[in-house]
Design a protein around this ligand. Structure first.
Ligand SMILES: [Zn+2]
Ligand SMILES: [Zn+2]
Length: 279
């Protein structure tokens, strides 16, 4: 597959551009991020997480500002396309983004706004649900059995934008999956795992204890699943084929975001038996 054929959401392209304008180089940085990372021996992962979180913040902030301006100026009181000039003015007057990147950022913001306004047709939703039900697919995020009759408040099968629609995620089929309503609600408009409240640490440290899973909030679980690409990090088995559980990388350390990954049942059982043998 060539580069051009891989679909990228407008919001993803904008986030990539902002990430390259404000690139983070762990080899030369001596920022507060790096020093904190070093303090907890995070091998650069904490610094990257903090950087990623800020790039997402900037992306979200620009998209919401552009949307706000569009709502204000895209109506009968103003000439056609007037809001585009207003978004440009905003970038000039209210930001210090590099001027040679401004028109590119503006073009991407406009693409995000049009993706936002394209809704998934009812027919597509119905077709995707029918196929998912026929194939026995489970929620692509949590692996639960979804309710295809759409009666259940939490388990109803929803057509989900992997890259959120409000953040410039398009209705292209590669960006659409079937999830339960609860996951879709909790995933909110988060673009990737650093958007979640990732350091809501679980205090229960008993491996495999029922309490452990119960005390993890849905959002924390979704953050780890998002980080692991909604699939087992060892074999790639997706959540849509079965629930993914959690294990720690370093069993002497706490259950915190950077120490957790998602695994399929089979690999989870292997990891847990190794842990038992070694203890
Ligand atoms: Zn779910
Ligand atoms: Zn696996």
């Amino acid at each position: 597959m060539t580069e051009e054929l891989v679909f990228r959401n407008p919001g993803e392209k904008l986030r990539d551009l902002l990430g390259s304008i404000f690139a983070y180089d762990p080899t030369t940085e001596n920022s507060v991020f790096s020093r904190m990372d070093e303090a907890v021996l995070a091998n650069g992962e904490l610094a990257l997480l903090a950087h990623s979180s800020l790039v997402s913040y900037l992306t979200r902030r620009l998209i919401t500002a552009a949307e706000y301006i569009k709502r204000k100026y895209n109506n009968e009181g103003y000439p056609d396309g007037f809001y585009i000039q207003k978004i440009r003015d905003y970038l000039i007057e209210q930001t210090r983004l590099p001027s040679d990147q401004r028109e590119k950022i503006l073009a991407m913001l406009l693409e995000c706004l049009s993706a936002r306004s394209r809704k998934v047709p009812v027919k597509t939703k119905q077709r995707m649900r029918t196929i998912a039900q026929k194939d026995g697919l489970k929620c692509y995020i949590c692996g639960c059995d979804m309710d295809f009759s759409l009666r259940d408040e939490y388990l109803a099968a929803i057509i989900e934008h992997v890259w959120p629609n409000s953040m410039g995620g398009d209705r292209h089929e590669t960006n659409l999956r079937v999830s339960c309503k609860k996951c879709s609600d909790n995933k909110h408009n988060y673009m990737e795992s650093s958007d979640f409240h990732y350091e809501e640490i679980c205090l229960v440290d008993e491996e495999g204890s029922e309490d452990f899973n119960k005390k993890l909030t849905r959002q924390h679980k979704i953050a780890v699943w998002t980080k692991s690409g909604y699939s087992c990090i060892l074999c790639g088995k997706p959540a849509s084929e079965g629930t993914l559980g959690f294990a720690r990388r370093n069993i002497n350390d706490n259950w915190h975001f950077l120490n957790m990954d998602a695994y399929c049942d089979e690999h989870l059982a292997q990891i847990n038996s190794l842990v038992r043998d070694n203890s």
